[in-house]
Design a protein around this ligand. Structure first.
Ligand code: DAO
Ligand code: DAO
Length: 282
């Protein structure tokens, strides 16, 4: 069984504003209760079947003596694990569609007029476990984590025909489709230019035209951008299909926002790298 590592950093509540995006807490909704333990005011329902959770636990206990200690975990059998982005309280399923594993979560912020930074959405990056093993293990399976980093594993992941999903959970309550389009033109547009080398206005236009003006994406909306076999990018909003576009360049550019050279959230990228390495090495 594959075990994912989430490098939890448990911070005291007073540190929260500075460390929030770096802290995860794991909550597992219980279908059946399991053994209970209480440590420093923390309730733990322990389940060996959830390696993600198990690793969180290991990490939790290994941090116990540290002064940076603040978290809340609960586990149970037959449950679906979720990982919570602690600054915003947004939770992400640890597995999507049966085989896509959560590799890391983070926050997309945007500075408005250079005056304030708003949290626009929380995101989770998932990759199909079998694809990762099949496609990347042969090349990388025997490398150490340091070697993997040097070899820019993320670059190969973005290029390879590995099924992936980026799940966005909207936090900002005043998002208009117009502002989404213009942010997208800026963020993805610059990557299309960088990787495509030529004018990709048409591709950008094709993508953004899927988003009709009447769509509403209030706080709590969930957008999934899924890269399917053959570099087909499917978009869903709250589970409803919006459209699909086959373009390796578009898929590459989109993933680059989260795991490329200048990601939205550096810590999220590091977590993703680490968890990807451990998927490959198992
Ligand atoms: O209200 O003017 C404003 C700020 C809008 C910020 C929009 C950022 C949009 C980021 C893309 C969201 C994709 C779902
Ligand atoms: O954060 O800059 C960014 C771009 C993120 C990709 C957003 C694409 C999703 C668009 C969905 C719009 C729904 C109406």
């Amino acid at each position: 069984m594959v075990s994912l590592r989430f490098p939890f950093s448990f911070s005291q509540p007073s540190n929260l504003p500075h460390t929030a995006t770096r802290s995860f807490s794991v909550a597992v909704t219980a279908a059946a209760a399991a053994a209970t333990a209480s440590v420093a005011g923390i309730a733990v329902y322990h389940n060996q079947k959830h390696p993600l959770v198990q690793n969180a636990l290991n990490c939790l206990f290994s941090n116990q003596s540290s002064s940076h200690f603040w978290a809340s975990l609960s586990f149970a059998d037959n449950s679906s694990a979720t990982v919570v982005e602690s600054k915003t309280g947004t939770s992400f399923p640890s597995v999507l569609g049966g085989s896509r594993k959560l590799l890391g979560i983070g926050l997309r912020k945007k500075s408005v007029l250079g005056l304030k930074n708003i949290d626009v959405y929380a995101f989770g990056v998932y990759a199909d476990h079998d694809d990762v093993k099949k496609i990347l293990s042969e090349k990388y399976g025997n490398m150490s984590v340091a070697e993997l980093k040097e070899n820019k594993l993320n670059e190969d992941l973005m290029e390879a025909d590995v099924c992936m999903t980026v799940r966005l959970q909207i936090i900002y309550n005043k998002l208009s489709i117009r502002s989404v389009r213009s942010a997208f033109e800026e963020s993805v547009g610059s990557r299309l230019q960088k990787f495509g080398g030529s004018d990709n206005k048409e591709l950008l236009q094709k993508f953004t035209s899927q988003f009709k003006d009447e769509y509403k994406i209030p706080k709590g909306s969930v957008i999934e951008l899924s890269k399917e076999r053959g570099h087909v990018l499917w978009t869903t909003i709250d589970g409803k299909e919006v459209g699909s576009i086959q373009s390796k360049l578009l898929c590459r550019s989109l993933l680059d926002l989260y795991i490329g050279e200048e990601p939205f959230d550096r810590k999220a990228k590091e977590d993703i790298e680490l968890n990807l390495s451990s998927l490959i090495q198992k």
